[in-house]
Design a protein around this ligand. Structure first.
Ligand code: DGJ
Length: 737
């Protein structure tokens, strides 16, 4: 087969390997609406050609044959030492260069899509790099990662080992990224890419999304816009330390690299070993940031989140209600209370365990996972009986990766913690918390057995809240050998993944929440084993509008645990009326984080109605397409978004006022995502007003709603003594014809 016909063949799909064996050329990794093009000519470096809007076959050839700037698809260090690179290696003889050439392309079908592997080998050393791509049926996300293969007789050292590189044409490109802190996670930051290097990183060791996220969007047409504009989204699927770099140099490109953070993590790759990087998930949409979010959400629900397409239960979590003050009657009362409000699950948080040391505060007992029978004389069995009686499911909190210096586990096994040799351990939370060394297979067993014991003894346990409240404070593994100490961060996460894999293999159905001092684990590296995340320890409804707004850029609402909590709020001390707290919580996976005993009957009734209404819209909220309409960051006095069912026959619209001034002028918010030719009946949910809205029960076309939206009154029409400075609305739109 000659070169021309080979290229023509490639235009329809990824090139068949028979053709490539003769003369590897254009690799076309396509999804329904996107195309990634590479030039994988045998004996030459792998070249990047194109990523973006789906190319018709006729354009594939044109694009391939007219590429003006040769861009490596995975730049390596050494032969051109001038630029940023994705991989650098020191060979056994001290040579620090790589010179890679394509040797072939392999393509195979997987259960869910296709995998393409471009194989490269060094021209001199026995060292290979495979660049891998995975597509998923019905999804516009492409995952890409690298494999470094040491075929030599001695170890090599990997200095850089990025998952992927993507060149982005220089122009008016803006980047959306996320920063924050505990209680203030997922803050959205949008800025033009300017010359120099922008680095987004994490070094926590255990959790990785409090201060930044390994997820970014690139808006190629100037200022980021929600529903229009060419936009690329990239999410590193990794739970450990990461580094994202965008280098804007003198070339025509912004050079984007993403992968494990190599700082203090040089990796010695023994002979015969393969190092596999985590995947970078990429998508492209011409529907702006919203299009990228929707692509990620659909892919995530179907392929990347445990039970992502299953509806979640409405729950009450005990933490803000009782903190460490756990006791049998108190738990039974909470179960009965949440059941009476229509909830389906009760989760007992921290404080239930401890033998020699009782977990009455955060200074002790992690690792000693035996029930504190002074608090719970009938143990977990007794709690399960109460749950059964109340008619709710039961869940439990654990923090299995951790111990305290005041614990029986640590007293018996000080060798299980992370700490450098010849040095005292540094402590985290409570002045005593220590991280267990998951690089150690014995520790992996311990963590597995914590869950295994609970679920074997009590198979009725429906839900686990898996917490992680400390970072790696000082570098050192008591398990890894002296020459492999720099593997600590990587081996910790391999150990964690292995353990989670074992747990999921034995307990595929249990719901597990990834909590890590709130939103420390919002990443696609861990979500395959977790059903949801605790978005933040901050439950203040106003700040949650911002927190959930940021989180929604990459993560679907089905994983966003969003709880109604007390007023004044325990983190901000702000007093927000219950209606607003409910309306915000109802935009995620609804739950409660409150002591129902302290609620009035009126408040309970409001929650009961809200839970009932939430159940009727749960499928749209948890599985629908998101459309962000008015950003709280725009400071227009309100924020608004909506979810639309895939069939576009139902939608839920949210509007929350974010500040209050008398006679303020708020924008009217056009809706999005509806079918212009369908008619929708509007019903207000969680209504507290004495008079219905003027458009209650009325029918409007999708076209009208998307052009004009509906007028939101500035406040609620309630009796004088019930007035306050907050207002919010939740509207259900149902197809009327
Ligand atoms: C931190 C979590 O984020 C909280 O929700 C709670 O579970 C506490 N830990 C318990 O110690």
């Amino acid at each position: 087969m000659n070169r021309k016909s080979c290229t023509r063949l490639a235009a329809s799909a990824i090139l068949a390997s028979a053709c490539l064996a003769a003369s590897a050329e254009i690799v076309n990794v396509s999804t329904a609406n996107t195309t990634l093009l590479l030039d994988a000519t045998d004996g030459a470096p792998l070249r990047f050609l194109y990523y973006g809007e789906k190319l018709p076959a006729s354009d594939v050839t044109g694009v391939a044959e007219s590429a003006s700037t040769p861009l490596d698809a995975y730049p390596v260090y050494g032969m051109t030492a001038l630029r940023e690179t994705a991989m650098s290696v020191t060979h056994p003889d001290g040579n620090m260069t790589l010179d890679m050439a394509v040797t072939g392309v392999e393509r195979k079908n997987t259960d869910n899509g296709e995998e393409t592997v471009v194989k490269m080998t060094d021209k001199y050393y026995p060292f290979d790099i495979n660049i891998c791509y995975r597509t998923y049926k019905g999804s516009d996300v492409i995952e890409t990662w690298a494999e470094a293969v040491n075929r030599g007789k001695a170890a090599v050292t990997l200095g850089e080992f990025a998952s992927a590189y993507l060149p982005i044409r220089y122009g008016n490109v803006h980047m959306t990224s996320f920063y924050g802190a505990w209680g203030n996670e997922s803050r959205v930051e949008e800025a033009p890419l300017v010359h120099g290097m922008k680095v987004i990183k994490n070094k926590d060791g255990v959790r990785n999304t409090h201060t930044a996220q390994p997820n970014v969007m690139f808006s190629l047409d100037g200022m980021p816009s929600e529903n229009s504009g060419r936009t690329i989204g990239a999410a590193l699927c990794y739970g450990g330390n990461y580094r994202l770099r965008v280098d804007t140099d003198e070339s025509n490109f912004h050079h984007f690299f993403a992968g494990i953070n190599e700082d203090n993590s040089a990796y010695k790759l023994a002979k015969g070993q393969t190092f596999t990087t985590p995947a970078l998930a990429l998508t492209y949409s011409d529907e702006g940031k919203g299009g990228v979010s929707r692509n990620f959400h659909r892919w995530a629900r179907k392929y990347k989140i445990a039970h992502g397409e299953k509806l979640r239960k409405v729950l009450l979590n005990s933490w803000e209600g009782v903190y460490f003050d756990i006791n049998e009657q108190g738990m039974a009362d909470m179960m009965a209370d949440i059941a009476s409000m229509g909830g389906e699950l009760f989760v007992m948080d921290d404080g239930w365990f401890g033998g020699k040391y009782k977990r009455n505060n955060d200074t002790c007992a992690l690792g000693d996972w035996t029930v504190d029978t002074t608090k719970l004389p009938k143990g977990i069995g007794g709690l399960l009986d109460s749950a059964k009686k109340a008619g709710v499911k039961f869940g439990i909190w654990i923090e299995p990766e951790m111990t305290n210096s005041k614990s029986e586990l640590y007293e018996q096994h000080p060798e299980y913690i992370i700490k450098p040799t010849n040095r005292e351990p540094m402590h985290g939370r409570g002045g005593t918390q220590l991280v267990l060394d998951l690089a150690n297979p014995k520790v992996q067993d311990i963590v597995f057995h914590i869950v295994d014991t609970l679920l074997t003894n009590y198979p009725e346990i429906d839900y686990i809240k898996w917490d992680a409240n400390a970072p790696v404070m000082n570098h050192g593994s008591q398990y890894l050998t002296a020459d492999n100490q720099s593997h600590l961060f990587i081996e910790y996460h391999r150990g964690l993944q292995k353990t989670l894999g074992r747990i999921r293999a034995k307990y595929p159905d249990v719901t597990i929440q990834a909590c890590a001092s709130g939103g420390g684990r919002a990443n696609y590296g861990l979500l395959p084993w977790f059903d949801e995340i605790w978005v933040s320890d901050n439950t203040d409804a106003l700040q949650r509008v911002y927190l959930q707004w940021g989180t929604s850029h990459f993560f679907p609402s089905v994983i966003m645990a969003s709880h109604i909590s007390a007023a004044p709020n325990h983190q901000t001390f702000r007093t927000i009326p219950l209606k607003y707290r409910i309306d915000v919580a109802m935009s995620g996976r609804l739950g409660m984080e409150i002591q129902p005993k302290n609620m009035t009957e009126d408040e309970k009734t409001l929650c009961k109605n809200a839970i009932e209404q939430y159940k009727s819209i749960r499928a749209v909220v948890q599985q629908g397409d998101i459309y962000r309409l008015l950003s709280p960051y725009d400071r227009k006095g309100a924020a608004s978004m909506m979810y639309v069912s895939p069939e576009k026959d139902r939608a839920v619209y949210y509007w929350w006022k974010t500040e209050t001034f008398v006679n303020q002028q708020l924008p009217r918010v056009p809706m999005a995502g509806l079918d212009p030719d369908k008619n929708y009946r509007v019903t207000e949910l969680n209504r507290i007003d004495n008079r219905p809205l003027s458009y209650e029960g009325k029918i409007f076309s999708g076209r009208y709603l998307m052009a004009n939206g509906l007028e939101m009154p500035l406040d609620h029409n309630v009796d004088h003594h019930k007035r306050n400075d907050y207002a919010s609305r939740v509207l259900l739109l149902e197809q009327a014809d």
